[in-house]
Ligand binder design. Sequence first.
Ligand code: ATP
Ligand code: MG
Length: 489
Amino acid sequence: MNSWLQKQMNERPDHPAFYWQDEEWSFLEVGQEVQKWLTAFSSKIPQTEKRVALFSRNSKEMYFSILALWELGKEIVFLNTHLSAQELRYQLSDAEVMTVITATEYLTAITELHQVRCIEMSCSVVTERQKTADESSYQLETPASIMYTSGTTGNPKGVVQRFSNHLASALGTQENMKITATDCWLCPVPLFHISGLSIVIRQLVLGCSVRLYSKFDAERITTDLVEGRGTVISVVAVMLQELLEKYPESGYSETFKAMLLGGGPITPTALEKCEQFGIPVIQSYGMTETCSQVVALGFEDAVAKIGSSGKPLKGIEIKIVDDSEQFVPANKVGEILLKGKNIVQNYLNGDQWQAIKWTSDGWFKTGDMGYLDDDGYLYLVSRLSELIISGGENIYPTEIEHVLQEVPKVKEVAVVGEPDEKWGAVPVAYIVGESTVTAEEIYNFAQKYLAKFKLPKRIYFCHTLPRTASGKLAKHRLTTKEREAFLSK
Ligand code: ATP
Ligand code: MG
């Protein structure tokens, strides 16, 4: 082994590395266990297969599989366990993998695809095999992981994350959150998503410990935070909400440092509660292509800069541009472009995306719209693809959604543009609500807060809204014939 793991084994062999349920593993013990998994995998996966897929939810086995596959020099395609069979087929064939390493509970599902060889996730050895030359040295520029984007705006794209991207990401977080080897990062978020995998990378690069959970259990995590079993935790908004509900009067342990919130903004009520309880929440902005957070808002700025995602991390440049890729001044909305070593250079099989997503001088075009204020804080406004241009006016669906969300009896909202002869496009709303809610009630409420041109021209009631495997609203599916499937009868 000649890797980040090896470095940690040499430098801090007895330091706690990994916690799973009631087990504690030092770096040395992790390394020894990885050796077993590595031997098992090397006897089962043909040497010629450089890339394999992993299909599991968080588990001890998944953790050791990741480390062992990297030691073996494999690129890992991370599959979201919530994907439908059709989505799985697409990602497996796009990534051209022949072998999927699967948690036992998913063996049948993967076998039924009849598309790949299935290896059950275990460290049992078939036959011993000699180590080969390409094993066990991380070449920084080789791909470590292929992770598909959430597919919020269309088909998911396979993001080629190199070790160098992951390294830059870990160092940016170290600087921003002052992470040291004494930290213990709680991981209730999935390892098949960058929010989870980036925690393992930080462990390998910075020497901190990881406490992994198979699923989010607010009660268990609250106990762990109260009893000082974690200094930092990554969460998404719904998890934060549940933790706030369970927050004990006596508070968390004094050793607790920060809650890193990703994936979406904090609600004003949640922020108020965090203030009241003194929970330091760090809000962050990032995407699969940036290998975790690239912009973050510290707790000290949360109230003064409410609604902002924060400032770029060290090593990240940010600029806001118009349609012709020209700079726009502070406080003006445009597309967010990013540059930095975190950011990947390409998609898998993504030639057609290269010129669309990367400028000739190396900026990544996020497809997100936002602005920088006078102090350089970033505010997200919309996705470029969701912008509605109606009679020359820019309409941001999220602004309308925030208002409609407040209507009593409304549960979920998605606003999209619909083609219109006169205006080019008009906003329309898809709503999941209680059975008694009427369009009239919604209009009466909305017109108090929205200019006339922003009022949805039509309201469609739905039994459910389309979502991606990561639970995000997939609004593009409401702009095709597919929308019929979601409408209430
Ligand atoms: P696809 O690229 O396939 O359409 P996706 O962009 O949803 O899917 P991800 O990489 O999982 O795939 O998500 C990144 C996106 O999530 C960002 O580009 C941004 O639109 C959104 N996002 C990330 N952080 C925040 C945040 N703090 N607030 C609001 N939106 C956020
Ligand atoms: Mg995206």
